[in-house]
Design a binder for this molecule. Sequence first.
Ligand SMILES: [Zn+2]
Length: 193
Amino acid sequence: MEAIPEEHCRFNVAKLKKILVHYKTLLKTLDTVMSTLHIIVPTLDDCEHLKKSIILLEKLWDHEDPDLGIKRLSKTVKAHLIFGHAYELFVKLKGFGDKNEEHIEKRHQIGKNLMDRVKRMRGGFAAQQKQGLKYRAIISDDKVKQCVDKVKKWASTKAKKKTIVTELEMKRERIEKRKCYVQRETNKRARLI
Ligand SMILES: [Zn+2]
């Protein structure tokens, strides 16, 4: 096989890097917009952050660079809703976070967990059913359930409280990080113009 001249290689790597950076920024900004839209009870600062993120996203969305082969992305219905209406509705409805389907998804996951418990059990269908009945007995027999609940509650209240707090804290931290990212990218673009 014929070797490719080195300058040619380097040129292509540099080009490739530019293309990758463009799409990385685009996807990160898209991620920021979507996660901000999911914030429950947004603050004024969150709203401002959403506005900035959407402006940046639209710029990246429409960005064209024939030399790098980057074309503007098409405005799908979803894209139009984000660029044209999301911010206004977000402010008007005070966020969408409490109006999405996440809690339904969570229910599905609980159901799936119950299935997963017996899925890999040995002894075939009959044994799985037996185990399933045992679980159902625990949930449906009031006295058994009360005892199980009492023990579980005693054991997990402390741990649970801690988990919820850390989850919220981590979510906040992620949002703050994204805010910095959007600000940085916006500043970068402002300097270029
Ligand atoms: Zn419209």
